[in-house]
Design a protein around this ligand. Sequence first.
Ligand code: AHR
Length: 504
Amino acid sequence: MATTARLTLDPAFRIGPVERRLFGSFVEHMGRCVYTGVFEPGHPLADADGFRTDVLELTRELGVTLVRYPGGNFVSNYRWEDGVGPVEERPARLDYAWRSLEDNRFGLNEFMSWAARAGVEPMMALNLGTRGVAEALELVEYANHPGGTRLSDLRRAHGVDSPHGVRLWCLGNELDGPWQMGHKTAGEYGRLAAETARALKRFDPGLSLVACGSSNSAMPTFGAWEAEALESTYEMVDYVSLHAYYDPSDGDVDSFLASGADMEHMIRSIAATADHVGAKLRSDKKIKLSFDEWNVWYQSRFQGESSLDWTRHPRLIEDAYDVTDAVVVGSLLITLLRNADRVGVACQAQLANVIAPIRTEPGGPAWRQSIFHPFALTARHARGEVLRVEPECATIPTAKYGEAPAIWASATHDAATGEMALFVVNRDRRGPCTLEITLPEDLRPVEHVELTDDDLSAVNSADAPDRVAPRPGTGLSQEGRRASLTLPPVSWSIVRFAPNSPQE
Ligand code: AHR
């Protein structure tokens, strides 16, 4: 059944700037994200430092701007000192998060070199699970102090003369979760995070700090955890974190396709919680949100940490993503843009192999998963200011999230070039949608690219790396200030517009 939807693009309806930190990713010491993912000495395409140049190229093509490191659950039992200095002297350790063996051949300084080569900003997570204020301060001194102290001189002795200058630090990871090494109550966490934040800001008031929010919105303490943790940390932190993974495996496709609407509800709930704390504390400050883990994850296929057996970089949650997954990833990016006034940082989890847009084989090729494409196109074309877009459209009943709009959209306007980009998803499985767009004067559509397929279960693989790829859309037409196009069922699209007359 074909439907019609309408929306208006108007550069006056501004939400906020497109924050480049929204296009973040995540490299965790987990499975094969680091080892045989970004780092594989001996691979035919590895550079002198062992970084896979094919993965570096794909990372740049993906448009990633920032990478969170080194975990995740991994960080909550991590000793950063194990990963610096001569490689042959680095100890092997048990990684309790993923019941794996960590030999520390890749650590802080390798990550910083890799990040520089990939052209991304580093976002470091601190271990506030099994460690505390002293170790956090030691790491920051090692990483960021120029020299003349024991730890900064140790970094220099390790061959890194200039400080790394890391600006963005996470105060732990998912410490509300009982699976976390050093799991805490909100009160215990708030106290430790506040003391750590106070000390870090004494080291450098310019650091940006992220307090841990809930691990997911199904946690029994969702909202209450953020309220209590922020009461202790409000004036010392800049962000509170959100994490969400959407699982397609239960077969409820309509709910899965509505994941972006759920993510928006989550963002608005946590923004309201943070503002409530700010009001109670009579503070003028606004806490921003760091959505530093988000993605599609076939979680029910994962047998849990206890299924693992202390091996080196095991194959772990290497989900192969299909077309529907890519449409959902596109819609999650739309949600992040729609809330650009509040979400200042976002990281897709993770970058390589582990629930990732980039897949590799040890000694073999690297390829783009289906979800690579909406990320790359959004990161490339979302420029300038995010515009408020509210489509008039049908709704779809979902078991998990109630009525969800069939059309999910966001748009950006680059005042420097006059160009606009519309990012839009048709969630409807029943049929295509004719989208009618009211444009500002003097603008014309120049490109429509879509991601969809007759076979929504198609995936990319080492043998068929381009089976799922974006292609030109159909049915784009314009009459005066009205443009129209067809959005296929279950599709993600980008439509680009340019001014008829060049900008002054
Ligand atoms: O990204 C995989 C894991 O998911 C991370 O280690 C953890 O923070 C989250 O639960």
